[in-house]
Design a protein around this ligand. Structure first.
Ligand code: UTP
Length: 407
């Protein structure tokens, strides 16, 4: 895109302020900025507005496989899942493109050391969990790791430096997700430098499109992968390629599966599995109205209590179809470091704008079919979102200890 084309595009979208320091930039800075402008998906803003005003529809509780039902057919599920993993039909995808702002470290979240008497990195613990599944099933599982432009180099270097924590390196591949611009509350795009927009990863909903763009979805299909088990980088008790979960989902005939834990309390910040207009969906905690969040059945149990752990199974053949559709765009209010009028970088004390993200949880609604699968909270749910307090390094350490991990 040449300069006059760029000016026309920016003018059309009311964003000419981006060129405020253009005359000060050298050719490197100019080309960096024009490439960023060229890559902007201008539909994001309209889609975010659409999502805010979209009717929520009819929300109802959903049925799922609870621990007792799973226990009753455990052997059967295990055998079906183990055979699928052994036959190479299951690949894992680790979502590690997030910024982990709440944890307050610039390094990739997975490189965070949660050890006490010796180092234990989040990535290391996750690889150990994956090794467990591989040993149970008698086959190493392909692992795709999604990074972002910001943390890709550091993530790859970390794995190399630690020799992939003993996991067969040829089974691991990295791919990068896209970035999206951030916008101030006045509707103006924010800048992080005179030659750069304030860009951030575009959410975890684009993982499959990014996998395709990297040529890895095709490669997985050629290898015979039929299921993707997608999980978050921050739950250190995560069980991935879990043969019982895989087997139960395959035998259910559904196209997706979602691990859930019973919510600990109504306000817990986890997405909730439910039916939306008759279809399985995950509703974000801030989108579930308080009355529903607090609703209890006659036994006193929360009605909307299936909290997702961000561990999903997707049947590969329907992912292409989902990726072709546009997922809703969520505008998340954040504190976004940006340039002020004088061109100085400011770290705001409070939220100053929005980041635009698509979310993996919306893929469940698009799939139209899902098996909710209960897991024991104390054994499979130790998310690390914050440094201290709820869902923190402290709570995760305690849960790891309870599960026999020496810290
Ligand atoms: P979170 O929603 O917890 O976001 O991500 P985050 O970026 O890790 O943390 P905060 O909100 O900035 O503190 C849930 C999972 O989705 C991944 C994260 O890496 C994590 O595994 N994710 C999130 C991505 O891979 N890409 C994104 O753009 C956002």
């Amino acid at each position: 895109m040449n300069e006059s084309q760029m000016r026309r595009v920016l003018e059309r979208h009311g964003q000419l302020h981006i060129l405020k320091w253009w005359d000060e930039l050298g050719s490197g800075g100019r080309s960096k900025l024009s490439v960023q402008v060229e890559r902007i998906d201008w539909s994001l803003l309209a889609r975010a507005k659409e999502h805010i005003s979209a009717p929520k529809g009819r929300i109802e509780p959903i049925d799922g496989l609870d621990l007792a039902a799973i226990g009753a057919r455990r052997e059967e599920y295990f055998t079906a899942g183990r055979d699928a993993v052994r036959a190479g039909k299951v690949a894992c995808v680790m979502l590690a493109g997030g910024q982990g702002t709440r944890l307050g470290s610039d390094a990739p979240k997975g490189t965070f050391d949660i050890g006490v008497t010796h180092p234990l990195y989040i990535f290391e613990q996750l690889i150990r969990n994956l090794q467990d599944a591989a040993s149970l099933c008698g086959s190493a599982v392909p692992l795709y790791i999604m990074t972002s432009e910001t943390n890709d180099g550091a993530t790859r270097a970390f794995f190399t430096e630690h020799d992939f924590f003993g996991y067969p390196q040829e089974r691991v591949a990295f791919f990068r997700q896209e970035m999206a611009p951030a916008m101030g509350f006045d509707g103006k795009l924010l800048m992080s430098a005179k030659d750069s927009l304030a860009l951030s990863p575009n959410g975890n909903g684009g993982w499959y499109s990014s996998l395709m763009r990297a040529g890895l979805a095709k490669e997985a299909a050629e290898r015979g992968v039929e299921w993707f088990n997608v999980f978050a980088v921050d739950n250190v008790l995560q069980r991935m390629a879990d043969p019982v979960f895989v087997g139960a989902t395959i035998l259910s005939g559904r196209t997706t599966g979602a691990k859930f834990v019973r919510k600990a309390y109504p306000e817990e910040r986890v997405g909730v599995l439910c039916l939306q207009n008759g279809l399985p969906a995950v509703v974000e905690y801030y989108e579930l109205d308080p009355e529903m969040a607090n609703l209890r059945d006659d036994k006193g149990r929360l009605v909307y209590s299936f909290g997702v752990t961000l561990n999903y199974l997707f049947r590969a053949d329907m992912l292409r179809e989902i990726a072709a559709r546009q997922l809703p765009v969520h505008a998340a209010k954040k504190r976004i470091p940006c340039l002020n009028e004088e061109g100085e970088l400011v770290i705001p004390a409070r939220e100053n704008g929005c980041k635009f993200e698509t979310l993996i949880l919306d893929m469940i609604r698009c799939a139209g079919s899902c098996l909710p699968f209960e897991v024991e909270r104390s054994r499979e749910f130790a998310p690390i979102k914050n440094r201290t307090g709820a869902d923190s390094v402290d709570t995760a350490r305690e849960l790891l200890r309870q599960n026999g991990v020496i810290l």
